[in-house]
Design a protein around this ligand. Structure first.
Ligand code: PSU
Ligand code: MN
Length: 303
């Protein structure tokens, strides 16, 4: 069921750098056609860096690692490809269906394929009021299980960030700040929270990951890098938008896996595209670091 593209398969066989990308951000994270353009641009940027892109999705029940332009276009414009997290993977595969993989499912499939670096915008986590709803993203479960470095700009303050960091600590997931002491909040450079470890070079991060592998410690590592200064949003305005949208969520009874896509879409609408621009900027910034990590991992040889 695992279908690697020839490019990804050759790169992995020859110990060449590969970076995994998720498909929920294509299908549900951005409007069309920005999502399609972004997905292709990210792949292009990786190729320029000498890194093979492996965008991951479930198509016709196959766990695809490395997509064609047509497949990316299909995910971007369809609107109807369901968001696929851990619990969806076996069902979609068994039934021959399509799924746009979240961070959790992308990590799982990347791990099965042998890919060590995965770049996304922000991870899912513990939602606000989780003490009532129990809404905790399966992204955290995946981070506890699959040995992949996940490069992100932290997580949105849509989530309860202190609780998210607590869960990561409980389950033994290391959180590393790349050239930063702070845990960033996606559109904002600061969440007011700290990371436990700041590492300033990709080689150091890779070494920590390889030691984890050598010790046989399961699970991933979160590597955070803040959105570039010039692309960050203004905190006060963002918080006002967010409060409004969380109110709409409650009023319209939006729950479960619909929460994240709803918030993203409403943010894009209310901000007149500002959040889309910031989101694109931070993903590209994450991608640069991801490419460096993938190359450093290959240079280091067998763990
Ligand atoms: N956070 C974002 N943008 C996103 C997501 C999260 O800022 O697009 C997506 C990712 O695919 C993530 C998923 O894995 O939402 C988490 O959803 P849930 O909370 O339902 O697990
Ligand atoms: Mn959820």
């Amino acid at each position: 069921m695992l279908k690697l593209s020839p490019e990804v398969s050759n790169a992995l066989a020859q110990n060449k750098p590969v970076v995994a990308l998720e498909s929920t951000i294509i299908a549900h994270g951005f409007p069309y056609p920005e999502n399609y353009q972004l997905a292709l641009e990210l792949e292009g940027l990786l190729w320029e860096e000498g890194v093979v892109p492996a965008t991951i999705a479930i198509l016709g029940g196959q766990l695809k690692v490395g997509l064609s332009e047509e497949e990316i276009h299909y995910l971007a414009q369809s609107g109807g490809v369901p968001k696929a997290s851990l619990r969806d993977v076996p069902l979609l595969a068994a039934l021959g269906l399509d799924g746009a993989t979240t961070v959790a499912a992308t990590m799982q499939i990347a791990h099965w394929a042998g890919i060590k670096v995965f770049v996304t915008g922000g991870i899912g986590g513990v939602h606000r009021a989780a003490e009532q709803t129990f809404d905790v993203s399966a992204d955290l479960q995946a981070l506890a299980m699959y040995s992949v470095m996940v490069v992100c700009a932290g997580a949105k303050s849509v989530l309860d960030l202190p609780k998210t960091l607590e869960v990561l600590e409980s389950q033994g997931t290391s959180v590393i700040g790349y050239q930063t002491d702070s845990f960033p909040a996606f559109y904002l450079r600061e969440s007011g929270l700290k990371v436990d470890y700041r590492l300033d070079g990709p080689e150091q991060i890779v070494e920590a990951f390889r030691v984890k592998e050598r010790l046989g410690i399961p699970g991933g590592m979160v590597v955070v890098t803040p959105i570039p200064e010039e692309d960050a949003l203004d905190g006060e305005r963002f918080n006002a938008w967010l409060e409004q949208i969380l109110g709409e969520c409650a009023a319209q009874g939006i729950t479960g896996k619909d929460v994240t896509p709803f918030i993203l879409r409403r943010l894009h609408e209310i901000s007149g595209g500002e959040t889309v621009r910031a989101n694109i900027a931070l993903v590209k910034n994450n991608l640069k670091l991801g490419a460096q990590l993938a190359k450093a991992y290959c240079r280091a040889g067998q763990p």
